[in-house]
Every structure is written in C-alpha cells, then in structure tokens.
Ligand binder design. Sequence first.
Ligand code: GAL
Length: 497
Amino acid sequence: MDKTSNDCRKCCSEAPPFEVLLEDADGSEWRTVPRDSVSIRGRSVILDLSAMKPSADAATAVRYAWSDYVDCVLENSEGLVTSPFLHPVPPPESSTRNPALRRQGGAAASVPEAANSPPSIRTPPMGFNSWNFYHCNIDENTVRAIADAMVKNGMRDVGYRYVNIDDCWQVQRFDSGEIQADPARFPSGMKALADYVHSRGLLLGVYTARGSLTCQNRPASYMHEEIDARTYCRWGIDYVKVDNCGGSNWPRTNTSWIKFREAFDSCTVDTGRPVVLSVEYCGSVDGCGEWIARTANLWRTTADIETTWSSVVRNIHAQEPMYRIAKPGHFNDPDMLQIGNIGLTVDEQYSHMALWCVAGAPLLVGTDLAHASNATLAILTNPEVTAVNQDLGWRNNEVQGRIIKKTEGRSEVWAKRLADGSRAVLLLNTHDTRSSDVTVAWSDLGLASSATAEVRDLWRKNDVGRFTGAYTAEKLRPHSSAFIRVTPKEEWMTVDQ
Ligand code: GAL
C-alpha cells in the first residue's frame, strides 16, 4: 500500500516487496515476485506464483519487505505499518497448516493482512537492563537475583517483564562461529538462565553490536547475524539490543538490523515467541525515521543517559520531535531509566519517570533492583503512572506524548491523549533554583476553554476535583512535577471530536 493513502497499487506495481522461497533438489533460493504477479483483492494481496520456475509447488515460504528498505508499506486493519513477515506456504494438498496463507487454484498465495503476522509487542517494553548500574560486572547469579526481586517486589505484576543483560556477557566464538557466554560468569549457560527467567514469568534479553566488536571490545555480530540470531533463538532469548560499535561494519547502517529482523521473525515462526529488536541509532525523522519502524521495535535516539538532570532532559528533548515515527510496537528510545541511582534528587527521579511515561518511552530500569529501596519502588511501580506509558494513545495509535507548552528555563507542559480520550498531563518546573506554579489550560489540550474536567493526581492516586478552563499545580519545587489525568465531562468534549 502507498505509505499514506492506503492504496496498495503503487507499491505493488512499482517495487513489489514480496519474495518467495523456491526449493528443489538443487537447493533453495529467495526470488522476487514479479510485479505482474501481484494483485489486490479487498484487503488481501494476491501473489500469483504460477509463472515461477521450477514451479509454484516449489514455493515453501513467502516474505515481505525482507531484503532491504522498500518505498512502500503494507498497513494492517488499524492503519498501522505492518512489520516484515515470513509465512510458510502450505503444501498444495493441505490448506490447513497455515490458514492465513492459502493457495489460489493450487498456484497462488494470498498474503494476509497484518492481523495474521507473527505475534509482536505492542506497548513499550518494561523491564531491567544491567548497564547503568553493573556495567561489565554482570553474571548469572546477579541476573537470577534481579529476576527473583522483580517477582517479589511487585514489578513483574505491574508489567516489568524483560531482564536484559547488556554488554560483557560474551567472551569469544567457538570454532563453529557460535558465540560463547563467559564461562566464569555464566557457567550454567544462557539457555539455563533463560529457562530460569522464564520460570519466574519473565523474559530474557541479551546485547550485541552491529560491528565486529561491542563497545567493550567483546565479539559482536558483524557477519555473524544469522548464527547469532539462531543461537539466541535456541536459548529462548526474547529481546536483543544491537548496539552501534565497533570495528568493521556493513556499509549500510541497517543491513545488520534487517538480517536480525529476518532471523528473529523466522524464529517467531518456529517458536511462536516474538523477539524484540532494539537498535542503536536513529536520531532524526528524516532518513532513518522514514523506515526504521519497519525493522526495529525500538531505536536509541540519543547519547547514553547519565545520572544527571541535564542528561535526562537532553535525552527526552532530543526525541520529542520524533513523535511521528513512534507507533504501537515501534518506539523512540531515549535510553534507560536512572531511577534508584545516585545523582538525581527524589524530585528529579519522579519527573524522570513521568517524562518517560508521558513520552511512551521504553521503561528499562538501570539500577540494582535486588536492593531497590521502597522509595525507588514507589516511583517505578505506581500502576496509574505506568498505565500512561502502556496506553496506546488516541485511536490506539498515538503512543508518544508531546510538549504542548513551554517557557524556556521555567516550565514545560507535556500531554498524551489516551485511548479513552482523557489526557495524561505532566506539569514540570524546569527552573534550576526557583519554585513556581505551572498551569495547563484546557484549550492547550484541544478542549473547549469553558470545559469542565475531572483531574486525578496519578502519583497520589486520588481525585483532585473538577476544574473549569484550567488547572494549576502550585509551588512546584525546581525540577519537580505534577502528573495528572484530565478527563473532560461528556458535555464538554474535545473541540475536534
Ligand atoms: C553503549 C550503549 C550503552 C551500553 C554500552 C555497553 O554504546 O549506548 O547503552 O550498551 O554501549 O558497552
């Protein structure tokens, strides 16, 4: 379909992004489906494979937008961009193996809309990442302790699922080319660790880089993407971060990512489990922003976050203009949370959390969760706050909130329109030394200026009351914020509704 108009014809006539796998006694080969073999029927794209040599019956799989960037996309029934997918083509005598794909007259394959794609994530990933706190000092006992803690301290039940090991778990490659986990730090092996994490109702992530070395000079995945992805799949890995370091590299930034995407989606076909692909780096709407959501689930938008307020603000500001790229299942990533680490005041930690939630950013906590204080857990596990992060937004398609009003050096108002039409609003005092009031007018939110709306304080989990026209958070301390939900009464609904 055309990127914007929902019209498939342009895409399918100019550069059909479909390939089929043809297998015969001499081997197998991916072949582009020629343009005159692609047609549209309703919401289905029909691939007529009858002209394929050796024969249509040799087709065992079909894939979409697989090999590289194509200048057109399929959209699903919600108008969202479809991820690349791979489906097996059932043998002619059986049309039940994958009801999503049926032979047409024994010689054509119908590619279904995205509803039939492999399962994938929809909301920003929530979990733990080892880098900010442990750096290279990570081992399997720590990972187990973190997983146990996430169950015990309630984080799992609030939605934190991923336990992600960052750099330094890998030491070398075996002669076979397969990556080897550090035998001293991970003596039980990654499969056993994944089994353990899964047994706790959680998911396991690992790290690699697209160059030949990771940022800490461990072996990375250049020219080893397929074997690494197969290995991760065998271990049961659920999330892979592909960093941007180091040494030799593919000439095109996205070659490595596409190879991983391809391999992970084929892992999903085999196992039924999605594998989240996190990549570094895409920092602009133009260029990579045009296509990155078709390859990755999340992409770093900024430099590494530090444990300072200026770093928190720099990172969240840098990705704010990229809100258009973010979609369900595909997120701008301003880097991990520093909540619980030394360097931010308590007020700043509350604001950091609320900023990441209103901005629909991944919530990957980079602190020692095995020893997290009650204060840290209070910030991380407020369900009304994390619900803003996990809400897919208006029409289930506006995952990233935005700055709607700003006075430089003094205040910012952020808002995200939630799926039910209410607004999550963050009122932030950005002044470094002075307390001040911060106001949101209903007209800033696209509501009638005379509207009345219920205001709920999300941190305190209480209803503040009904307000007409505006709400002011009074005497906010420097770098502190109020995080509220504004629900307009029905008779005063949004101007544009
Ligand atoms: C950086 C990356 C960090 C961390 C580190 C590990 O490039 O941005 O998040 O993964 O490498 O070496």
